[in-house]
Design a protein around this ligand. Structure first.
Ligand code: SF4
Length: 166
């Protein structure tokens, strides 16, 4: 989804967004029921907790987070085991959708150094022409992907007040 602004090679070299610490493990992507079914088939040993109405997160224990918690679906050689079927939040990362007050906005995770270095104009043009409508529409159908605002990530684009959900 993001190959126009973020190369697959850059992601393969980094994988930062698939690794969590004790303090941000809640930032795991929301697994849709389909993502969860595939994860269960691939990794029968993993356990889940529910998130929101329809989503799941990986269940982790205190021991898992002593150092860093790698998403169980991350294969350090092959990348994400779900491939093109990875969770929506992973498909749009480093863009995220957040609730700020009573509005929604697309924000940019500062952890992605490659995209953070792009001019804002380039990112806005990409969002407006390629991605924003998909994000807002998906979030309207699957609100579990809407995260609380972290008071840190740059806000790029507010959801238009007259946005028609498709
Ligand atoms: S689901 Fe895949 S892309 Fe998403 S955090 Fe896990 S390994 Fe990374």
């Amino acid at each position: 989804m993001l190959t126009k602004i973020l190369s697959r090679d850059a992601c393969a070299d980094c994988k930062e967004c698939c690794v969590f610490s004790r303090y941000d493990v809640w930032e795991q992507p929301a697994l849709s029921p389909e993502n969860r079914r595939k994860a269960e088939a691939l990794l029968p040993e993993v356990r889940f907790i529910s998130k929101g109405n329809e989503s799941s997160l990986f269940r982790i224990s205190e021991d898992d987070t002593e150092d860093l918690f790698l998403c169980p679906l991350l294969n350090t050689e092959q990348g994400c085991l779900l491939g093109e079927d990875k969770p929506f939040e992973c498909q749009i990362y480093p863009f995220q959708i957040a609730k700020i007050g009573n509005r929604q906005a697309i924000i940019l995770s500062p952890l992605c150094e490659v995209v953070m270095q792009k001019p804002v104009g380039v990112l806005l043009k990409f969002l407006k022409t390629e991605l924003a409508e998909k994000i807002f529409s998906y979030a309207a159908q699957h609100p579990d992907v809407i995260r609380p605002y972290d008071d840190m990530s740059p806000v790029l684009l507010w959801k238009p007040r007259n946005f028609e959900e498709s």
